[in-house]
Design a protein around this ligand. Structure first.
Ligand code: HEM
Length: 394
C-alpha cells in the first residue's frame, strides 16, 4: 500500500471564496474556476471544509467510497445529516448495498423503458397545449409537469403527499448547506413525519412503495428501512429533474444552431441530455467524511475532515473538457459527473434521462422553434437551477 507522507499545512491552498453567498449561488462558475486554479484540494475558510473541484479528483473521491464515506452525512447540517442509517444516500458498505438494491429494483432501465411510451404521450399532449398559446413559464408549465405526475403515481402517494412533494424536495436540498433556514428544517421534519406515517395496507401493491413494503414483509428490509427508502424516491427525484429540464430548454433555446442540429439529428437527443447536465449540473455538491487520510496529488486530507465534492465544477474542468463553458451536443459528455459515480451514483438517472429525452422528442416532433427569455436563477444551497424561465414555442 502506498504510504501517506504528511505535507505541511502551509502547503495546502486556502480560499475565502464564499460558495454559499447569494451571488455565488446564482452564478458559481467564476468561483469554481478560481478553486480549480488554486490546486487539487483547497481549504475553505467558511464553512470549515476541504474542497475538491477538478474532474479527476472528484471522480477518484467517488471511487474510494470506503475512505471518503457517506455514513457521517453528505451535507453540513445536522438537520440533513441526522436521518442516517436507513437513508440510502447516507449509508456505507453492506447496509448501503442492501438498501440500494431495494431502491433500485423499479428504477432499472428495463423496468423504466416500459413507462416510456406513457411518459412520452403525457408530455407530447402538454407540448401541444403550450404550442397553441403565447408565453409561459417553462419551469412551472413544462419542466415540472412530468416529475410530479409520474413520481407521485409510480411511488403510490395519496393526494395529501403529492401536494407537498415539491416543497419538501427544495427544502431538503436547501437544508443540506450550512446555516439552515428554520422553515426548511421544519419542512424536512414534516416530510419525514409524512413518510413515517404511511400505512402499508393503503399503498398500491404494484407501486414502488408497495414493492418496498413487500420486501419488508419478505424480511429483506426492516419496515423503518422501507420507509427510509421511500424518501429516496420522493426527496431527490423532483427538483433535480425539473431544474435539469429547465437548463436543457434554456441551452437549446439560446443556441438555435444546436437546436437546428438536434431537429435534423434526433438520434442525438441522448447526447444533448448528457451535455446539458455536464454544462449546467443541478446538484452543486455533496459532502463526505474522510475515514482515514486521503491523498490528492501532493496534498493530504486528514482523517475526520469533511470534504466537499463540487460536481458542478468538475464538469466545467478545462483539464477534462476543452472550452468547458460552451454547450455543444456534439461533445461526448457521457462521462460527466452530474449523477455522481461509483457506489452512490444516482439511482434515478435512467428515469431522469427518459423524462428529459421524451420532452425533447415531443418538441422535435412538434417542429417547434424555442424562444427563451432571461431566467430567474434560484439560490438553493444544494441545487443550481432556475425558478422561472419565460418561454415560447414558435
Ligand atoms: C437530473 C436529475 C437528477 C440528478 C442531477 C441527480 C443527481 C444525483 C447525484 C449527484 C447523486 C449522487 C449522490 C452522492 O454522490 O452522494 C444522486 C444519488 C441519488 N439519486 Fe439522483 N439525481 C437526479 C434524479 C433522481 C431521480 C429521478 C431519483 C429517483 C427516482 C433519484 C434518486 C437518487 C437516489 C436514491 C440517490 C442515492 C443513491 C445511493 O446513495 O446509492 N435521483 N443523484
Amino acid at each position: 500500500m502506498e504510504s501517506i507522507m504528511p505535507v505541511a499545512a502551509a502547503d495546502m491552498p486556502h480560499s475565502g471564496v464564499r460558495l454559499f453567498a447569494d451571488s455565488s449561488l446564482r452564478d458559481p462558475f467564476a468561483d469554481y474556476r478560481a478553486l480549480r486554479d488554486l490546486g487539487p484540494v483547497v481549504k475553505l475558510a467558511s464553512p470549515d471544509v476541504y474542497v475538491l473541484s477538478r474532474y479527476d479528483d472528484v471522480r477518484e473521491a467517488l471511487r474510494v467510497s470506503d475512505v471518503l464515506i457517506s455514513g457521517e452525512g453528505v451535507g453540513f447540517s445536522e438537520a440533513f445529516n441526522a436521518p442516517k442509517g436507513n437513508n440510502v444516500i447516507q449509508t456505507d458498505g453492506e447496509t448501503h448495498k442492501r438498501l440500494r438494491a431495494a431502491v433500485m429494483r423499479p428504477l432499472k432501465p428495463e423496468q423504466l423503458e416500459q413507462a416510456r411510451p406513457r411518459l412520452k404521450a403525457m408530455i407530447a399532449a402538454r407540448v401541444d397545449e403550450l404550442a397553441g398559446g403565447g408565453e409561459f413559464d417553462a419551469m412551472r408549465s413544462l419542466a415540472r409537469f412530468l416529475p410530479v405526475e409520474a413520481i407521485a403515481h409510480f411511488v403510490g402517494l395519496e393526494a395529501a403527499g403529492r401536494e407537498r412533494m415539491l416543497e419538501w424536495a427544495s427544502a431538503a436540498f436547501n437544508a443540506i448547506g450550512p446555516e439552515q433556514d428554520p422553515k426548511d428544517v421544519e419542512s424536512l421534519r414534516s416530510a419525514f413525519a409524512y413518510i413515517m406515517s404511511l400505512d402499508a395496507s393503503k399503498v398500491r401493491e404494484d407501486s414502488w412503495a408497495g414493492q418496498l413494503f413487500q420486501a419488508a414483509r419478505d424480511g429483506q428490509l426492516s419496515f423503518t428501512e422501507a420507509l427510509g427508502a421511500i424518501s429516496a424516491y420522493v426527496i431527490p427525484s423532483l427538483d433535480t429533474t425539473i431544474l435539469a429540464k429547465g437548463h436543457l430548454l434554456y441551452l437549446l433555446a439560446r443556441d438555435p444552431e444546436q437546436w437546428k442540429l438536434l431537429r435534423e439529428r434526433p438520434d442525438w437527443i441522448p447526447a444533448a441530455v448528457f451535455e446539458s447536465v455536464r454544462h449546467s449540473s443541478v446538484i452543486r455538491w455533496f459532502a463526505r467524511v474522510a475515514k482515514t487520510a486521503h491523498r490528492v496529488g501532493d496534498q493530504i486530507i486528514p482523517a475526520g475532515a469533511r470534504v466537499m465534492l463540487l460536481y458542478g465544477s468538475a464538469n466545467r474542468d478545462e483539464r477534462r473538457y476543452p472550452d468547458p463553458d460552451r454547450f455543444d451536443i456534439r461533445r461526448d459528455a457521457r462521462d460527466q459527473l452530474a449523477w455522481g459515480r461509483g457506489a452512490h451514483m444516482c439511482a434515478g438517472q435512467y428515469l431522469a434521462r427518459i423524462e428529459m429525452e421524451v420532452m425533447l422528442e415531443a418538441l422535435v416532433e412538434r417542429g417547434a422553434a424555442l424562444h427563451a427569455g432571461e431566467p430567474v436563477v434560484g439560490a438553493n444551497k444544494g441545487l443550481f437551477g432556475f425558478s422561472e424561465l419565460a418561454f415560447r414555442l414558435g
